[in-house]
Design a protein around this ligand. Structure first.
Ligand code: SF4
Ligand code: SF4
Length: 207
């Protein structure tokens, strides 16, 4: 399962680079738009499998942890999740201005790819995913209505917190008193990390 997920991510990363090199960024944005519709049906699968930022952040987070650069804190100025909306509006304004004034397409996805990489060298991936990413705010808005998503079967959960530790977006939290895990589908990328590690087999992809 893990290898299949990695292969899918690498495929989309190569597709992204191919489209960028050939000046077809708009095709990628169309794919992102389809990802929003998919989010309502299947959850945020675009974020978990297709997003080049997420794919590049996985080895970056590993490296940052190895080098002990990663910190548990997040910067104060983005403590509110509103920053993502500002980033989205700012990106749209910059893209439209570049088109009008310079008659050029601004490589906005590449710019955010570099921002994701630099952020993840210092902070946990959830900081970029939940507080900074301008594309993530839209995915969250659609993903909260997901018809099918990861869910925890409470009766089987032993509260071991292993799932919490491997979740890239802080979508799964083990309640302190009840000692049962719960998934917030607005944040969940459907990435299967938690499902793969759960010793009780309590996490399912279901309605
Ligand atoms: S680890 Fe689980 S809860 Fe977290 S994003 Fe992946 S599938 Fe969703
Ligand atoms: S890994 Fe499984 S058993 Fe452990 S807390 Fe998460 S859902 Fe519960």
């Amino acid at each position: 399962m893990k290898h299949i997920v990695t292969l899918i991510r690498v495929f989309f990363l190569l597709l992204f680079l191919f489209l960028v090199i050939n000046g077809k960024m708009m095709l990628w944005l169309a794919l992102f738009g389809s990802g929003l519709i998919a989010a309502v049906l299947f959850g945020r699968v675009y974020c978990g499998y297709a997003c080049p930022m997420n794919t590049i952040m996985i080895p970056t987070a590993w490296l940052s942890k190895k080098l002990a650069w990663q910190t548990d804190t997040s910067p104060e100025w983005i403590s509110s999740e509103k920053f993502g909306w500002f980033a989205l509006i700012g990106s749209l304004v910059l893209m439209l201005s570049a088109r009008r004034v310079l008659d050029r397409n601004l490589p906005i996805l590449l710019i955010w790819l570099v921002a994701a990489l630099l952020t993840t060298l210092r902070y946990k991936p959830s900081v970029f995913h939940n507080q900074i990413c301008p594309f993530g705010v839209l995915q969250k808005a659609f993903g909260r209505f997901a018809l099918i998503s990861k869910k925890v079967k409470k009766e089987g959960c032993i509260g071991c917190t292993l799932c919490e530790k491997v979740c890239p977006s802080n979508a799964i939290i083990v309640e302190k008193e009840e000692k049962k895990a719960e998934i917030n589908k607005e944040y969940c990328f459907q990435c299967t990390n938690c499902q793969q590690i759960c010793p009780a087999g309590s996490i399912q992809y279901t309605k």
